[in-house]
Design a protein around this ligand. Sequence first.
Ligand code: 3H9
Length: 696
Amino acid sequence: MTAITESVGIAFEGDGAQRVAVITIDNPPVNALSHHVRQGILDGVTQAAADASVAAIVLICAGRTFIAGADITEFGSAPKPPSLQAAQAAMEDCVKPVVAAIHGTALGGGLEVAMCAHFRVADAGARFGLPEVKLGLLPGAGGTQRLPRVTGPAKALEMMTSGDPIDSTEALECGLVDEVVVDLRQGAIDFARSVVAQGRPLTRIRDRNDKLAVDASLFGDFRRKIGAKTRGFLAPEYNIQCIEAAVSLPFDEGIKTERRLFEELMNGTQSAAQRYYFFAEREAAKVPGLSKDTPLRPIDRVGVLGAGTMGGGISMSFANVGIPVTIVERDQASLDRGLAVIRSNYERSAKRGSITAADVETRMALITPSLDKADFAEVDMVIEAVFEDLDLKKQVFAELDGICKAGAIMASNTSYLDVDQMAAATSRPESVIGTHFFSPANVMKLLEVVRGAKSGDDVIATVMALAKRINKIPALVGVCDGFVGNRMLAQRRIEADRLILEGATPAQVDKVIYDFGFPMGPYAMSDLAGLDIGWNEATSSSSTVREILCESGRRGQKNGRGYYTYDPDTRASTPDPEVVEMIRTFAASKGVAQRQVTDQEVLERLLFPMVNEGAKILEEGVASRASDIDVVWINGYGWPVYSGGPMFWADTVGLPEVVARIKHYGEALGGRHWELSPLLDRVASEGGKLQQATGA
Ligand code: 3H9
C-alpha cells in the first residue's frame, strides 16, 4: 500500500477492467475525519480517477470501525482544509464507481461520506447512524439532505432525532446498503467489479427524488410523538426542519438550510454542553493515577444480598449481560416477592418488545435464589443491598468476610454511609468498595463507585471495568456523607424547604426545576418515592413540613395524597390548597413571614448551593474532576445534558456572577451550604472555568 497522507493509503488489485483502487483509512481509534483523512480521501479518489488503468474505487477502513464521524476534537478551532465537502464531491462526482466498504460503525460524517459513494457494501455487524443530535448538532455534511433521499423522510426522522444507529439488515431493507458480504474487502472489490461488468449507472444520492413524497401530516405528527422526550433540546427540532427542507426544496437549497442551522447549533451553548459531556463521560471511566495495565480480578459470578427494589434491580443489571447472580434474602416470602418483581419487570420488557420471551427465561435462569449467605462462598463479588443502617452493614461485612473466598470483592450499595467503617469490619479492607446504584437499578445508567481509603487499585479498576460491562456509566467518588450526588441534592433540598416556608409553593418550586429541564422537581420526587421513607410515626414531632404531612396521613403518590393530590386513575397531580395552607400555618408558627418569591430566586437558591457544594467536593478530592460531578448529575438525577451539568452550567452563567449571588444569599440567609467554596472563589477570581478545575 502506498501512503497518501499519514492516515490514508492506496493499493491496487487486479488488472484491466478488474483493476480496483482500494483506498484505506487508518486513523485510530475510530477513523474520525481528521484533516489528513479528508486530504487522503480527496487525493486518493482524485488520483484513482485520473489513473486510466483503474476501473473502480473501494473506500475501506482499517481497525475496529468504518469512519465514526467528524473529529470532534477539531470542533471549535478554525477548520483546516480541505473541507469534508470537497472530499465528498470528489467521490460523488467521480466517473468511476466508488464503493464504500463498511464495518463497525458508520456514524455522522462517516455515514455522510459513505452516502457520497455510488454504492455501499457492509459486513453483517456494521451499524449506520447520524448521531449528531446527541452532540446537540445536526449532520453538517449533506446527511440531512441525502438520508431522506435514501430511506424516505419517515425513517430519516427517526434516525436523525434519536441518533440511534440501525444494523446491516435494516440498512439493506431501507436501501442504505446495497449488499451485505462476509469478507468485506474482497466482497467490496467483487461488488465494484460487477458494477463495472454490468455497466450499472452511477447514481448520485443527491439526484434521487423517488422517496421524497410525504403525507402532509408527517412532520406535525412526528413532532407531537417526540415532544415530551425532546423537551428543551434544540437539535431534534433543527434536524426535523432540515428534513422538511429536503422534501420541499431542491438539493442545493436544502444544503443551505442545513448549513445555516448547523452553524447556529455549533455556535450555541447546548451543543457546547453536549460535546463537553461526550468527553466527560469517557474521562469519568479513567482513574487518575491508575495504570491502564492494573490487573483486573475476574468477575464471573456475583452475589447480591437483599431482594428488595435495589437488590432486584442490581441483580437484573448483571443477568442482562449474562453474568450469573446468587441473590440471598432472609426469608422465603421476601425472596419470592423479589424474584416475582424481577420476572414481572422482564415480562413487561418482553411485552414492549425490547427483549424476547426466550430472553426472559435465559435471564431468570441466571439468577439463583437462596436463603443462605454461605452460598456467597462461590461468588467473585458480593454487593450488599440491605437497609441503610451503618451498624447493620458493618455486621453484614464482618459476616461476609468469613464467607467470601480470597480475592472476592465486597461491595456496599449504600447511598451515603461510610464505606471505610464497613471495610474496617473485615480483615481485607483492600477488597471493599462502594457501588452506589440508582433506582431503578436495572434502568439508571449511573454507578457511583465509592473508593474507600484502603480500596485496592485492582479492586477499583475491576469495578470501573465491570460497570462498563453491565452498561453503566461509572464515576469514581470518595467517601463522604452522600458522596457526590446525594450530598449535592441535600443542599438543594435545604433551600427548597426554606423557600416553601417563605411563600413559594411546592408547585412553583417544582415548576422552576422542571422548566430548567429536570424530569421533575423535589416535591414531585418526594411524592413518588413516598413521604414516609425514613419517617417514624413514634418519634415524629411536627417539626418539619414533611412530618406534618405524614402525620396527617399523606404518604405521597402511593395513597394519592402528598405535596400534591393524585387522580386515582391517571395519577395526574394537582397542587393542593390544603397543603399550601398547612405550610402557611407551620411557617407562621416558626415566625417566618410569607411573601411572593420570584422564579429567578427559586432557581438561584436551588442551584447555586449545588454548584458551591460541587466545588467543595472537588477541593476535598471526593471527586477528582469537575466533569465527573456533571456526569453524576446528568445520569443519576436527570440534570439536562444540554446545559452540561452543574459545573459546566455555572461556567455558562459566569463564575463571578455565581460567586456574587452565593455571597448575597449567604449574608441574607446563612447556613453552611452558603459558605463560599475557596476553590470556586479562586477559579472565579482568576477568570478560570469550573469545568476544568481538578480536585485535591
Ligand atoms: C459529525 O460527524 C459532524 C458531521 O455531521 C459534520 C461535519 C462537518 N472524534 O466511545 P469510545 C474517541 S459529529 C474524536 O470509548 P467505543 C473517544 O473520545 C460526530 N474522537 O469507544 C475515545 O477516546 P479516548 C458524529 C472520538 O468503542 C475513543 O475514540 N459521530 C470520536 O465504546 C474511543 O471511543 C459521533 O458522534 C470522534 N468522532 O465506541 C460518534 N469518536 O480513548 C461518536 C470517538 O481517548 N463516537 N472518539 O477516551 C461514538 O459514538 C463511539 O466512540 C463509537 C465507539 C461508537 C464510535
